[in-house]
Design a protein around this ligand. Sequence first.
Ligand SMILES: [Mg+2]
Length: 353
Amino acid sequence: MKLQARPLDIPYEFTFTISRNSHSTTTTVIVELTHSENGQTFVGMGEAVPSRFYGEDAESVLAFYDRLNREQVLADLTPFDIQKLQARFEALDGNMAAKSAIDMAFYDLQGKILNRPVWQLWGLDPAKAPKSSYTIGIADLDTVKHKTEVALSRGYDVLKVKLGSPNDVELFETIRRMAPHPEITMRVDANAAWDVDDAIEICQLLHENHVEFVEEPLKLTSSPDDYAKLKENSPLPLMADESCHTLKDIPWCAQAFHAINLKHTKTGGLTEALRMVHAARAHNLTIMLGGFGETSLSITAFAQLSPLVDYCDLDGALLMAEDAYEGITFTGSRFTLPNRPGLGVIPRAKVGA
Ligand SMILES: [Mg+2]
């Protein structure tokens, strides 16, 4: 099969700020795998969503693909050779976002060849997909109010609020007043911002205000004792994101957290994410599917797993000013998986074209 890739710059609708950084645009890499069999040619699509926090950017992704082409790593594979692909990728360190786009393109090809959506190849029930949250990033009070108004006016009834700034309590209380319980479900993501004693205090406040769970509360330099202390004292379920990457992290996460947030950029694709879903269940962890700023191409690829999980945070494309692909479709916070073959993603006609 043949691999082609190109970078795609996407502007955010609002500058997106979390506890450690701020972005107004992001760059992903679009992949096309061309495969022919029985006289027919199929194109599988994928999207790499590199994160500098995890050591990748568009340049490193494109360099990884040059290497795959130079060393003919994919040339003799068919879209059904997932085990061989995994073995070859295990021999190449890191580059999880880059690997993920190839992995999802393999599944896209499988579905297109068999003329079935990927979720159907896996025997899943699309009606089981949970609602997705919409994220309110950190900003000054007026901007946060505006973003919350916009979110509510678009019918989103599950909000994820980014905290980890000096005015956490004021930001949180403002949003909660505008988005009252029980009409609006609220989740919080601290992106590893807090010391253990601060975390216990804030988790108490969030619990009193009916927050559903808190993502990655503790600084990543925290000790095992800190994690144990928080788990013992937090009235809120704790979810691992920055602490959970691949299958081998599951046992530790089951000790320190109640839930995990999977992202294809961390897992290296759908194959590893699927393994993690089942391992997490065996460890009594609940599961969320998350993402970064990306298009509906990779969001829809990851959403193929949504009938298997408890929570979704698949708003990556909703946070961008434009979306180059059509895939899952939203009605408020509820989304529908496409019924088209493969990942079910098609390019969106350019506005004004
Ligand atoms: Mg997070």
